[in-house]
Unconditional design. Structure first.
Length: 328
């Protein structure tokens, strides 16, 4: 073989290898670890479905070039460290930490290098030290968040509007929503409502028993401050509230779709889409330190008129006009 042929062979190999490598790379699946309070099923197109729809918009589809590994911790938050260890052991490219602070805390305790995208429910990742500031997180954590303190007071106001003559408000709450309970109690006092406290113990909960006990004290209105343990049990809670004829307001629309009277809270699908967008950017090479943390700014009021009728309530026209969705 002469020198010219040898050089042509070497240059041909140099071109061929990257092409093969790129082809193999394109066939590899991106791996996303997802810490979720639940449920594991992803049937609801407005909640977890939004995450996958947004990823598909960026070219990542399950079964083709994407694999999502779920770890559901709703009733077992003490197992979060081992769930995170399992995801790291599976060599995921990014971890999504959805729900309470315990999820991101477990991820950060395990790694300060692997990218973490938070869908932070009721805490500020900057205030808690997981990111330097909103514009420049500076570490391995970014994402989207909202806090519920202001929501609790607004929920009391909306519920009172349906029954202006009410004087007794029942509040169902757990240890993780203590601050919200305090805010709700303050708002109730300003509206002339006496607050009846129903503190939950450790999960799992018997929802029929919870709302039966609430009904025994005969509150005219009920505010349900759901905890992560409620995830996957929205239908049970809404059904029990209706069974005991309790006019209740919840945080998420899924309660209302299951028969609850009202919900006012953050637009969960919108948060999921933001998280998916960040995941796609990170899979494309972006660094969490350079992706600004976003504050959720979309909130929905949803009213179930069928439930209102079953409870003998008339929803004022001004409240119906304010609703983002009315179920008839």
């Amino acid at each position: 073989m002469n020198r010219r042929d040898l050089l042509m062979l070497i240059s041909g190999a140099a071109v061929a290898v990257p092409v093969v490598a790129l082809a193999q790379q394109s066939e590899q699946k991106a791996r996303v670890g997802y810490l979720s309070p639940g449920p594991r099923e992803r049937a609801d197109p407005r909640e977890s479905g939004a995450f996958f729809d947004e990823l598909a918009h960026y070219g990542y589809e399950e079964g083709r070039n994407l694999e999502v590994l779920f770890e559901v911790f709703g009733e077992a938050p003490d197992r979060l460290p081992q769930f995170v260890a399992a995801l790291i052991g599976a060599r995921v490219d990014v971890i999504v930490a959805q729900g309470p602070e315990a999820a991101v805390r477990a991820a950060r305790d395990a790694t300060d290098a692997m990218p973490v995208v938070v869908v932070a429910i009721n805490y500020d990742p900057v205030e808690r030290g997981y990111a330097a500031n909103l514009a420049h997180p500076g570490g391995n954590v970014t994402g989207v968040f909202f806090q519920s303190l202001d929501l609790a007071g607004k929920q009391v106001e909306l519920l009172k509007a349906i029954t202006p003559a009410a004087t007794r408000l029942g509040v169902v709450w757990g240890a993780e929503t203590k601050d919200e309970f305090t805010a709700a109690e303050s708002a109730a006092r300003a509206l002339g409502l006496a607050t009846l406290s129903f503190e939950l113990g450790a999960p799992p909960y018997d929802y029929d028993d919870v709302f039966r006990r609430v009904a025994e004290d005969a509150p005219q209105l009920v505010l349900v401050l759901s905890t992560p343990a409620f995830a996957g049990h929205h239908g049970e809670a809404a059904t029990a509230a209706l069974r005991y004829r309790l006019p209740a307001i919840f945080r998420f629309r899924t309660y209302v779709e299951a028969g609850g009277l009202m919900s006012y809270g953050v637009d969960s699908p919108a948060m999921s889409r933001i998280a998916a967008r960040y995941v796609a950017k990170i899979l494309g090479g972006a660094k969490p330190a350079e992706l600004p943390v976003e504050r959720a700014d979309r909130f929905d009021l949803v009213i179930n008129l069928r439930t209102a009728k079953a409870l003998g309530l008339t929803v004022p026209p001004f409240l119906l006009a304010r609703a983002d969705e009315v179920i008839e």
